[in-house]
Design a binder for this molecule. Structure first.
Ligand code: MG
Ligand code: ZN
Length: 444
């Protein structure tokens, strides 16, 4: 929590000095924040998770403050459940497409995104995410591919596709070093040759003084928030992005910033509730930072939404009318990481379990776990650690009373949150493609 206060302070100081920003008052800054996999159950769970237990009322969240509408998410396939690529293409371009598609339509033709359009109009552009930066959601704003799996080809497009002679994005923060520094091509060197400042560590963010900038902070996705030294890493990247995008200049430009709390979805696929709440906190703190920014720079619109929900999360399960936010709060790592630490500690696993979860297991549960950890001394470590992870997740669900129906996505509507200039535009029920269509009308 201390990091959190420090961050909020730094943000208010920095924005106070930027009050004069916004000379081109007819052009609107756009901030588009996507919570990947963040269905309604996630924001409901987060309300309980962050509630101050010392007061009798249930505290409202930033999501409650900014809620304006709902969106349908279905893709242009013969099914009703979208993947992140089709949904991101809908949100970035305003067209429906097939699952797996990155910035291409049903006929596999490239389509223009709001980021492309902003760039054509001379906007500054930025992307900050907690997955690898060439993952499906950010990719749909920048690249075009029949397959979200073409990670290297997508990364190549980040520098090869140019608008007005320059790469499309002035600021790229996230993970994904392995896709940018390769045997066949070193995209980091190529970005540097184009004048980009490169950093490979989130601790070096303050060393970036101006745009353009590329920050890749891990080989793949960033460390999950629940076990990260930077649990509010999206909030940190957002603060820095807003600073860089609004630097004083003789010819101030509006900006479009695309942000993603990417790993809510990954925790949902893993059916890991503590993991999911860690990511939700980062998303919520990011929204608070954006709110402060917009209060000081009212010529800005924030739209936040989810691409779909993940895991079929439910608060309450197996007939039990309860959800134990308190238990979730005490869990200090993801299930696979807890499993690894239990296996490493061998006979001492109970102490480690207690410190990482504070969950008191029943005797038969302890015996079951004991048996698994003893077996681990044999061969087949990977299989055993998978079994311990599954066991840990079973205990999480039981002691928190959390339910899951799938390891995949689900097709219900998602919420739309908005703040700032024209937030009423996003009010009511709409399709996910309408969000992009409305954002296009802001661009001039
Ligand atoms: Mg995503
Ligand atoms: Zn997913």
């Amino acid at each position: 929590m201390r990091t959190l206060k420090k961050l909020a302070l730094a943000v208010s100081v920095c924005f106070a000095s930027q009050l004069s920003y916004g000379a081109e008052s007819d052009r609107t800054n756009i901030i588009f924040l996507i919570g990947d996999g963040m269905g309604v159950a996630y924001t409901s769970a987060y309300r309980l998770f962050q509630d101050n237990l010392a007061t009798p009322e249930l505290d409202k969240t930033i999501f409650d403050e900014m809620l304006v509408g709902m969106a349908t998410t279905y893709p242009d396939d013969h099914n009703q459940v979208t993947d992140s690529a089709a949904a991101a293409t809908a949100l970035a371009t305003g067209i429906k497409t097939f699952n797996g598609a990155i910035g291409v339509d049903a006929q596999h033709q490239p389509v223009i995104s709001i980021l492309d359009k902003a760039r054509e109009l001379g906007y500054l552009t930025g992307v900050a995410v907690t997955c690898q930066v060439n993952h499906a959601t950010p990719a749909a704003f920048i690249a075009h591919s029949d397959s979200r799996q073409s990670y290297e080809a997508i990364a190549d497009q980040y520098i090869d596709l140019k608008i007005n002679g320059k790469p499309k994005v002035d600021l790229i923060f996230g993970g994904g070093q392995e896709y940018f520094v390769r045997k066949d091509r070193d995209l980091v060197k190529e970005f540097e040759a184009q004048g980009y400042k490169y950093i490979d560590d989130i601790n070096k963010l303050r060393k970036v003084k101006k745009l353009p900038a590329l920050g890749l902070f891990s080989t793949g996705g960033l460390t999950p928030a629940v076990e990260s030294d930077h649990p509010l890493r999206l909030a940190e990247m957002t603060q820095k992005s807003l600073e860089l995008l609004t630097q004083k200049s003789a010819h101030p430009k509006p900006f479009l910033l695309m942000l993603e709390a990417s790993q809510i979805d990954w925790c949902g696929h893993a059916n890991d509730i503590a993991c999911a709440m860690g990511e939700m906190r980062d998303m919520a703190e990011t929204m608070k930072i954006i709110k402060q920014f917009i209060d000081a720079n009212p010529n800005t619109i924030l739209v936040a939404t989810a691409d779909h929900s993940t895991g079929g999360l439910s608060l309450g399960a197996k007939g039990r009318y309860q959800w134990e936010a308190r238990v979730v709060r005490n869990i200090k790592a993801t299930a696979p990481s807890i499993a690894r630490q239990l296996l490493d500690s061998k006979a001492n696993w109970k102490t480690v379990w207690q410190s990482l979860t504070q969950i008191k297991l029943a005797e038969d549960e302890q015996k079951a776990m004991d048996a698994l950890i003893v077996q681990a001394n044999e061969n087949n470590q990977e299989f055993i650690s998978g079994q311990v992870t599954a066991q840990v997740l079973t205990f999480f669900d039981k002691y928190t009373s959390t339910g899951w129906t799938t390891k995949g996505h689900t097709g219900e509507d998602v919420q739309i949150f908005s703040y700032g200039k024209g937030k009423e535009t996003f009010q009511g029920a709409m399709d996910n493609t309408d969000i992009a269509k409305k954002l296009f009308t802001y661009l001039k």
